[in-house]
Ligand binder design. Structure first.
Ligand SMILES: [Zn+2]
Ligand SMILES: [Zn+2]
Length: 235
């Protein structure tokens, strides 16, 4: 019984330690942005981070707009829960250590709120709110090492890095016919994965007049409209 309690305590302490995630230079850090409010419909969130360690990459917002350093939230509903994400890159020359990512809210108000009415309240949070940077496994003293992995080098696919499918080749799987759509695929030239499947629209007939029987002095001739591709005749 005592053993079980001990295991529980160890697990609990692990959970407490976990929020500080470890990253290496070149890693992507994704931070969730959440808000908590009972009345606010509008808010501006400003976030700060150590620019010697992290470089802003992108941000997305489900209710409003996101940009470098700022979220402008606007919603018909009360703002509550996750509102977006921010993506950072750990700089190549980032020093080891633990770094905070901070966020604060301003210009908080509820819809229909007048100037003299009480101001709505909102708190913002980021997860993780701090990250730790560990030096990469490769020796930093020897940067010219030929097998030094570079994330942007297309010749080095890396072991865990998913393929970005940067160069794609078009491949026709099924040719389109007059009345039948075809199919083509965009295939990654590096890993061979099918990135996209697209329909090739049906070509429609290419009708041309064709004389079947020449007219004579006595009888009328006959000409037909015939598709040059599939031979279909218009009756
Ligand atoms: Zn690929
Ligand atoms: Zn045809």
């Amino acid at each position: 019984m005592k053993k079980l309690v001990l295991i529980c305590l160890v697990l609990l302490s692990l959970l407490i330690v976990l929020p500080t995630l470890a990253y290496a230079p070149g890693d992507t850090v994704t931070v969730d942005v959440s808000v908590n409010s009972k009345d606010a419909n509008f808010a501006v969130l400003t976030y700060t981070y150590d620019t010697a360690v992290l470089a802003y990459d992108s941000a997305s917002c489900s209710t409003g707009q996101a940009s470098a350093g700022k979220f402008s939230l606007a919603s018909d509903n009360v703002l509550n829960g996750k509102v977006g994400t921010i993506t950072f890159k750990v700089l190549d020359d980032a020093k080891e250590g633990t770094y905070e990512i901070a966020i604060s809210a301003s210009d908080v108000f509820a819809s229909g709120e007048g100037d003299d009415e009480p101001v709505a309240t909102l708190t913002a949070s980021v997860s993780p709110s701090s990250i730790s940077v560990e030096s990469s496994a490769s020796e930093p003293e020897n940067p010219d090492k030929p097998d030094d992995p570079k994330p942007d080098d297309p010749a080095d696919p890396g072991e865990d890095e998913p393929c970005a499918h940067e160069k794609t080749v078009e491949k026709v799987v099924k040719e389109a016919k007059c009345e039948e759509a075809g199919e083509k695929q965009l295939v990654c030239g590096k890993c061979g994965e099918v990135v996209k499947t697209e329909e090739i629209p049906a070509l429609s007939h290419d009708f041309k007049w064709k004389t079947v029987k020449e007219a004579t002095a006595e009888a009328e001739g006959l000409r037909q409209s015939v598709c040059s591709r599939c031979g279909k005749v218009v009756k």
